[in-house]
Design a protein around this ligand. Structure first.
Ligand SMILES: Nc1ncnc2c1ncn2[C@@H]1O[C@H](COP(=O)(O)OP(=O)(O)OP(=O)(O)O)[C@@H](O)[C@H]1O
Length: 251
């Protein structure tokens, strides 16, 4: 049985209903794309899964222990001006399991070095976060979740404002994490990334959720994922009503 299941879930923000009667299971060891137009409730659902927004009704059944759940918010929501280096940020991934004030042992430092190497940020280890580019910051934040050995990872638009090399590195790490057993939910607005990453899609619209096969969703946009993957790569802004970048639009 899947480790993360939703049962007749209803969520609200500021007293207004955002999502109603949402059922379903996120597949284990796979990447699910969470899609929908601005305001459809993607962040709301993520907040509820992370346990910071209580449901109005229904329930979220999550078998992953809290210390193994990680959340990578939108970059804009983060204040990274506090004085902390890349290595220090990555090391904080130990906190949920170990506690914030227990200190680190040599094995933790070795693990952090391995994580930074995997993400191509070893040379930035002692650089303050405030001096990083968007892509470098995103790699460091993902490094924190690797250090945490997250079994459930939620990412809110992880590819926004990052360079194409970083997109490739992050996508590769996410695929590896899923292959190793992590349940991953990623908010996406780009059909290219959806085609490349997602094994499953949850589409939010009009207060309801629809579970979709990626191939079926791509077909709605005239893309045959099996035959013409390049056409998915041509899919860019602007956002349409479903919140996805439409095929054939200008880059
Ligand atoms: N703290 C809040 N108080 C009141 N209403 C809120 C709050 N946060 C979100 N909302 C409202 O809840 C609805 C869902 O917002 P949410 O941020 O979940 O959408 P989203 O799909 O993540 O949008 P986006 O793609 O723009 O990030 C919106 O109508 C939004 O205005």
């Amino acid at each position: 049985m899947a480790r993360l299941r939703l049962d007749d879930l209803q969520l609200a923000q500021g007293g207004r209903s955002v999502i109603e009667h949402l059922d379903g299971a996120f597949p284990d060891a796979a990447i699910t794309a969470l899609i929908g137009a601005n305001g459809a409730g993607k962040s709301t659902l993520i907040q509820a899964i992370m346990g910071v927004l209580p449901p109005v009704a229904g329930r979220i059944d999550c078998q992953v222990p809290r210390e193994r759940r990680a959340w990578l918010p939108q970059q804009l929501a983060l204040d990274l001006s506090f004085p902390m280096s890349v290595e220090e940020l990555v090391m904080t991934g130990c906190w949920p399991v170990r506690g914030a004030f227990k200190g680190y042992n040599p094995a933790h430092y070795r693990q952090a070095r391995t994580v930074m190497q995997r993400l191509g940020i070893s040379r930035l280890a002692h650089r303050p976060l405030g001096e990083l580019s968007g892509g470098q910051r995103q790699r460091a934040l993902l490094g924190r979740t690797l250090m945490q050995e997250a079994e459930l990872l939620l990412l809110d638009e992880p590819f926004a404002n990052v360079d194409s090399e970083t997109v490739g590195v992050i996508a590769e790490v996410l695929r590896e994490m899923a292959a190793q057993g992590t349940t991953i939910i990623v908010v996406l607005h780009d059909l290219d990334q959806l085609a490349a990453l997602a094994g499953c899609v949850l589409q939010l619209a009009g207060g309801h959720g629809h579970w979709r096969e990626p191939r079926e969703l791509l077909a709605d946009y005239g893309i045959d994922a099996g035959v013409d993957a390049d056409s998915a790569r041509a899919s860019r802004l602007p956002l349409n009503v479903s919140g996805l970048k439409t095929p054939g639009a200008a880059r």
